[in-house]
Design a protein around this ligand. Structure first.
Ligand code: 5AD
Ligand code: SF4
Length: 474
């Protein structure tokens, strides 16, 4: 028997009863109630917010786009860098006047930021108009918290912490009708020394394969074309739920089974950890029908010394071998990475190591971050914190090099015809439509609203650093 850490059936029955109770309260009020959900941070948070939205709809709320129209505001926060926390706190600050205008407005703050005690105290003492808080692993408690807030008339600060479980059966209210996020696991066991995630999202727990596969099957049936499987480290999928004989149904097995679902769709996944991106996984992608030839493999640093101090448990040699194996098996693969600059103790030589790896690997895309000390993580306590000026100067140098590489990597796509999933009108350019290639590259083209959500064959006419430009085939 494999052990999955599920919220018990009786808890989920209570959950449905709380939903009914809130719906009854909303109906009894005689007016339509509105919920506004504000999301910060990663795709995992976006996926969580879609579940929060799903619960809100079940409770009788309509979703709205303006906080001023809302009866319930949920701020889903991020803690990965200080900047994300500051933005969330500033937004929460702006809601004070909404509450003053409409005292019945309920404001909830959830997600990674408030899983930290010092931030919970900030909310408690500096934002007294926030009604309640809940952690990312207690999402399913939202209906209960609403009921308790109304009945007990007390602010609630003690979400069930450390209940690191998986709640199945919460319907997601998805933002898109053709792109979907599916969490395959939650939490992280890796404790990279810079990272707050293991402290705020708890230990790894995997969803059952049958739950994931049936969710993907339903999505494909409903016409979804681009499905991203999410986890902090998807390569550890299944390892927390070993069978009695120690056997693991791992991420590669899961991908292979999902790939059997018939239809016209791509499967993507993130994020992978280089220490356990296995050959088996790469082989599954190479022989699959639906898994996009795209791999996000965060390297974080190109210095072995810094990687050690980051507790990443691989070195540049191992990283390079993985990349080479991927390219050998899947020659058209697009590889992207995350890089942190200015980790404590990063010397000019270490930084050169990173630039050197960028030149050797030649990533298609890099997401670079300036190291941000996170309270409670080992790296925040390390001596030799790097001066802000040096950090931002290194950040600029890294970006300049990567921009050159991204530009060069995009050139061979010129004059090629590629398959693109149209996302709709581009936000920046009037009348221009935007889509994504299999390699997850942005492609801009002249289209029309009927194209949205469809696969198109586009001929690439120009290739730039951050986007490709294409035209529809006649
Ligand atoms: N400072 C800067 N970047 C960070 N990341 C994680 N923690 C920090 C931090 N403290 C980056 C890593 C990770 C990405 C999601 O965010 O590169 O892969
Ligand atoms: Fe953070 Fe490392 Fe876990 Fe990724 S693998 S979430 S960087 S601790």
């Amino acid at each position: 028997m494999k052990q999955y850490k599920l919220v018990s059936e009786s808890e989920m029955i209570k959950h449905s009863e709380y939903i009914k109770k809130v719906r009854a309260m909303n109906t009894a009020s005689g007016e339509q109630k509105y919920a506004y959900i504000q999301t910060f941070g990663c795709q995992q948070n976006v996926a969580d917010s879609e579940k929060i939205a799903g619960m809100c709809v079940s409770m009788g709320y309509k979703l709205c786009n303006e906080p001023a129209d809302a009866d319930l505001i949920v701020v889903n926060t991020c803690a990965i860098r200080e900047h994300a926390e500051k933005r969330a706190l500033s937004i929460i600050g702006q809601y004070k006047h909404l509450k003053a205008k409409k005292p019945s407005l309920m404001i909830a703050v959830c997600g990674c930021m408030v899983a930290q005690e010092h931030r919970r105290n900030d909310i408690k003492f500096r934002y007294p108009y926030v009604d309640f808080i809940f952690g990312a692993s207690s999402l399913f408690r939202l209906p209960q918290l609403i009921v308790e807030r109304i009945e007990k008339k007390k602010r609630l600060y003690c979400p069930e912490e450390n209940e690191y479980l998986v709640a199945e059966g919460i319907p997601a209210e998805r933002e898109s009708t053709f792109k979907a996020w599916v969490s395959v696991m939650y939490g992280c066991n890796n404790f990279c020394t810079y990272c707050i995630v293991p402290y705020v999202r708890g230990r790894e727990r995997s969803r059952r394969p049958e739950d994931i596969i049936s969710e993907v099957r339903e999505l494909v049936k409903a016409g979804y074309k681009d499905i991203t499987l999410l986890g902090q480290n998807v390569n550890s999928y299944g390892k927390d739920a070993k069978g009695d004989g120690g056997e693991v149904y791992d991420f590669a097995d899961l991908l292979a089974d999902i790939d059997k679902i018939e239809g016209d769709y791509y499967i993507r996944f993130m994020t992978s950890h280089p220490k356990d991106a296995s050959k088996k996984l790469i082989d599954v992608i190479a022989s699959s029908r639906h898994i996009a030839h795209q791999f996000h493999l965060p390297m974080q640093s190109g210095s072995d010394e810094i990687l050690k101090r980051m507790n990443r448990r691989y070195d540049t040699k191992k990283y390079m071998e993985t990349v080479e194996y991927m390219r050998e098996k899947i020659p058209d693969i697009t590889i992207s990475s995350d890089i942190i600059v200015g980790f404590p103790g990063e010397t000019e030589e270490d930084f050169h190591g990173t630039l050197d790896m960028l030149s050797r690997v030649r990533f298609d895309m890099v997401y670079s971050f300036i190291y941000s000390p996170r309270k409670g993580t080992p790296a925040a306590e390390m001596e030799e914190q790097i001066d802000d000026k040096i950090k931002s100067e290194r950040f600029d140098r890294l970006l300049a090099l990567q921009n050159e590489i991204s530009y060069e990597k995009n050139q061979p796509l010129k004059d090629k015809v590629i398959k693109v999933l149209c996302d709709g009108r581009s936000k920046n350019n009037d009348g221009v439509f935007s889509g994504r290639s299999e390699g997850n590259k942005i492609v801009l083209f002249e289209g029309n609203d009927f194209d949205t959500g469809k696969f198109l064959d586009l001929k690439i006419t120009r290739a730039d650093t951050f986007a490709l430009y294409g035209e529809k085939l006649k």
